[in-house]
Design a protein around this ligand. Structure first.
Ligand SMILES: [Zn+2]
Ligand SMILES: [Zn+2]
Length: 247
């Protein structure tokens, strides 16, 4: 996953400016010096890209609020300028101009074979991860700065959190079977219909998921004699059952 790619920064530093928002104000690539960057390979025609965009915008705003030394660059696979303009108009970050020749070399450097693709690059030019999209999907802004060390730390918090939960529950929304505490990277909660990540109370037979938050909310009809302990996230963290965030 890790590879040295100083050439990326040579490419960026020594070539023409990058567009900024719809005003097409050109800003110099030197603006990126010292920043952690996400290269966002994406296109308006790609439904998963459109679906992922609101998640990325939310994460971007939260990361920016904590660390100015961060930027996202949209690298478009759109077919024409109009689609590029439309898609980019909803993004609060930077972009390579439509049709910029650097796109092809960046795509080759990072072996981009599918979109959306989100690649995290350190100020030194080192690739942190080419799988930042999954990390943003699962952890949102907490994934920043996307390093292995940081992700391991977050995952350890999740492990710790789950220790406070029962292994199985019975729930009024799924009376036919017990729900088993299961690691489930991404799912849709059959209780609140929202997305969930990492932990689910799950019935494999029926493919039925509940957020820990939804499964353990006693007001919503848990029919279990077990004493349900509340989640205990690590110090300095708060948990809503779906994500853990720094308090
Ligand atoms: Zn739920
Ligand atoms: Zn079931």
């Amino acid at each position: 996953m890790r590879q040295g790619i100083p050439s990326l920064f040579l490419i960026l530093h020594f070539s023409v400016p990058i567009n900024y928002k719809l005003h097409l104000l050109q800003i110099p690539v030197s603006h990126l010096a010292g920043k952690n960057i996400l290269l966002y390979f994406s296109a308006h025609w790609c439904p998963p890209c459109r679906a992922f965009l609101p998640k990325l915008i939310e994460a971007y705003q939260n990361i920016k609020a904590k660390d100015e030394a961060f930027e996202v660059i949209f690298i478009s696979s759109d077919r024409d300028q109009a689609s590029f303009d439309e898609f980019f108009s909803g993004m609060p970050w930077l972009a390579l101009p439509f049709g910029d020749k650097r796109k092809a070399s960046l795509g080759r450097t990072f072996k981009v074979r599918s979109i959306p693709k989100l690649i995290a690059v350190e100020p030194t030019g080192r690739t942190v991860t080419t799988e930042a999209r999954n990390l943003v999907m699962i952890h949102g802004a907490d994934a920043y700065p996307f390093t292995d060390e940081h992700i391991k730390e977050i995952e350890a918090r999740y492990e710790e959190m789950a220790k406070g939960w029962p292994a199985k529950v019975k729930h009024a929304l799924h009376e036919q079977h017990e729900l088993v505490l299961t690691k489930h990277r991404m799912y849709r909660c059959n209780g609140c219909e929202k997305e969930g990540h990492l932990w689910s109370f799950y019935c494999a037979e029926c493919d039925f998921d509940l957020h820990p938050k939804c499964a353990l909310d006693e007001d919503k009809g848990i029919k279990d004699d077990n004493k349900l302990e509340k989640a205990k996230p690590g110090e300095g963290w708060k948990c809503d059952g779906e994500v853990c965030s720094r308090a």
